[in-house]
Design a protein around this ligand. Structure first.
Ligand SMILES: C[S@@+](CC[C@H](N)C(=O)[O-])C[C@H]1O[C@@H](n2cnc3c(N)ncnc32)[C@H](O)[C@@H]1O
Length: 400
C-alpha cells in the first residue's frame, strides 16, 4: 500500500532538530568532521522515515506500533525522525506501517539505522572529495542521501534488494533533492556498470566478502562492512583492497550488527527435533551456553562452526536447552544443565560442534580474551580467514 499523504512539515522545526541531532552526534564522538556534520544538518531524514514502527515490549515479545503522521501527531513524528534511534520501516519482507492499524509482531527487514552508527561508519569509510562510493542496503535512503550531500549524487551508487524498500527510498531521495544511481538488485553482486569504486559500504551484513566487491573496488580502496553469521555473532571490519582480488583489514571497535544480506540468511531449521533425537555422546563441558550471548566469544564460536545455527528449545518435555544445529552435516550439540551449576554437552552427527567451539574459545582465552579489535580478516580468491593478533596468528576460515 502507498503511504498516505502526510501533513505539511514544519521545515523551520525540522532544521532545528537536525542541528540538535548534529550537535548530539558530535558531542558523542560519532561525528568527527565538519563535512559530515554539514551533511547531517542538511539531509531531511523525515523524508526517509515518513512512516515507521515504534518498538515496545508486549506480553508475547516485541510489538511494533505503526507511526503514520497526521495533523495531531505531526510534531512528535518529526521529533522521532530526528532522534538517534533506529526506525524500523518494514517487517517480514513486506509489511509497512500504513498497512496495519494496530501493533503487530514481526521481524524487521528494513530500517533507517540509528544516525550515530550511520555517521560513525561514514567517518570510518572516510571517502575523499571526488571518490565514487557503492552502498549495499539503501534501506530508507538516509545514508545514501548523506553521501550524496557530501560527495555529489553522481559519485553515489546504492543497491537495495527489496523492491518495496527500493521504491520508497527512491521517492525519499528524490524528494530530498538527490539523484544517485539507485539499483534494485542483490548487492552481493555489486554494480559493475559504475565500477571501479573507491569505497564500498554495506549496511546489511555478510557471512563472506563477495568476490564481486573485490573486483569492483579499486586496489587501495576501502570496504566497510559487518561480518556476521548464523549464531548472531557480528563485527564491523574495514578492509583495504589489494591487487588480484585480495583485501585485508582489522575489526573496528563497538558492538555493530546489521540484518544479514537476504540471500545469506539462515535456512529454516526443518527436521531439528528429529535430528536432536538422534544418538549422541555426552560429556561435561567447561564452556557453557553463556558464551553464545557475550559479544566477542559469540563471534569466536561462530567462526569455529560457521554453518551452525542456534536453537533454544526444550526436548523430551525437559527444560529449555541451548542447541547448535549444523544442517549441511546433520550434526548437533545440546547443552544441558548438569544439576551442579555446570553443563553437559550432547553431541551427535559427523562433526563435534562443541569441541570446535571449545577449541576456539580456548585459543581466545590463551590470547588473554582480547576484544574484537585484535581480530582481522584476510581475503584472497582462495580463502577468507579471520585471524587473531596478526595474519600469521591463529585463525578460522569464513564459509565459502
Ligand atoms: C539496516 S537497512 C539499511 C539502512 C540504510 N542504509 C538507511 O540509512 O536507511 C538494511 C537494508 O539492507 C537490505 N538488504 C538486505 N540484503 C541485501 C542485499 N543482498 N542487497 C542489497 N540490499 C540488501 C534490506 O532490505 C534493508 O533495506
Amino acid at each position: 500500500m502507498n503511504d498516505p499523504t502526510p501533513p505539511a512539515v514544519d521545515e523551520h522545526r525540522a532544521a532545528e532538530l537536525r542541528e540538535r541531532l548534529a550537535q548530539q552526534l558530535e558531542d558523542g564522538g560519532h561525528l568527527r568532521s565538519p563535512a559530515w556534520r554539514a551533511a547531517v544538518e542538511t539531509v531531511p531524514r523525515h523524508e526517509c522515515v515518513r512512516t515507521f514502527f515504534r518498538r515496545s515490549q508486549g506480553p508475547r515479545g516485541t510489538l511494533w506500533t505503526p507511526v503514520v503522521p497526521t495533523q495531531e501527531n505531526a510534531s512528535t513524528w518529526l521529533e522521532e525522525a530526528y532522534a538517534d534511534t533506529t526506525l524500523v520501516t518494514q517487517l517480514d519482507g513486506g509489511t509497512h506501517p500504513a498497512d496495519v492499524a494496530e501493533p503487530v509482531h514481526g521481524d524487521p527487514t528494513s530500517s533507517s539505522t540509528l544516525p550515530s552508527l550511520v555517521v560513525r561508519m561514514l567517518e570510518d569509510l572516510d571517502p575523499r572529495d571526488g571518490d565514487r562510493v557503492l552502498e549495499v542496503g539503501t534501506g530508507t535512503g538516509y545514508s545514501t542521501a548523506l553521501m550524496c550531500e557530501r560527495l555529489g549524487s553522481k559519485h553515489v551508487t546504492s543497491i537495495e534488494f527489496d523492491p518495496a524498500a527500493a521504491g520508497r527510498a527512491r521517492a525519499a531521495i528524490s524528494a530530498a533533492g538527490y539523484e544517485p544511481t539507485l539499483v534494485n538488485d542483490d548487492g552481493l553482486l555489486g554494480y559493475a556498470k559504475n565500477a571501479p569504486y573507491d569505497r564500498l559500504i554495506a549496511t546489511c551484513s555478510v557471512r563472506t566478502i563477495p568476490a564481486t566487491w573485490l573486483e569492483q573496488v579499486r586496489p587501495g580502496g576501502t570496504i566497510v562492512t559487518t561480518v556476521s553469521g548464523w549464531l548472531y555473532g557480528s563485527g564491523l571490519v574495514r578492509l583495504t583492497v589489494g591487487e588480484d582480488r585480495t583485501a585485508e583489514g582489522r575489526f573496528l571497535p563497538g558492538t555493530v550488527s546489521f540484518m544479514i544480506a537476504r540471500p545469506q540468511a539462515a535456512p529454516p531449521l526443518t527436521g531439528a527435533s528429529d535430528l536432536l533425537a538422534q544418538a549422541a555422546e555426552e560429556r561435561p563441558t567447561q564452556v557453557g551456553p553463556e558464551i553464545l550471548s557475550d559479544w566477542t566469544p559469540q563471534f569466536v564460536a561462530q567462526l569455529a562452526v560457521p554453518a551452525a545455527q542456534y536453537l533454544g528449545m526444550a526436548t523430551d518435555g525437559g527444560p529449555m536447552a541451548d542447541h547448535l544445529i549444523d544442517l549441511p552435516s546433520q550434526s548437533f550439540a545440546s547443552l544441558v544443565p548438569d544439576g551442579k551449576d555446570g553443563y553437559l554437552v550432547r553431541q551427535g552427527g559427523p562433526l563435534r560442534l562443541w569441541d570446535a567451539v571449545e577449541d576456539a574459545i580456548d585459543t581466545w582465552k590463551a590470547a588473554g580474551t582480547p576484544p574484537q579489535t585484535e581480530f582481522g580478516l584476510t581475503v584472497t580468491p582462495q580463502r577468507q580467514r579471520v585471524w587473531l593478533g596478526s595474519p600469521e596468528g591463529p585463525g578460522w576460515d569464513l564459509p565459502t
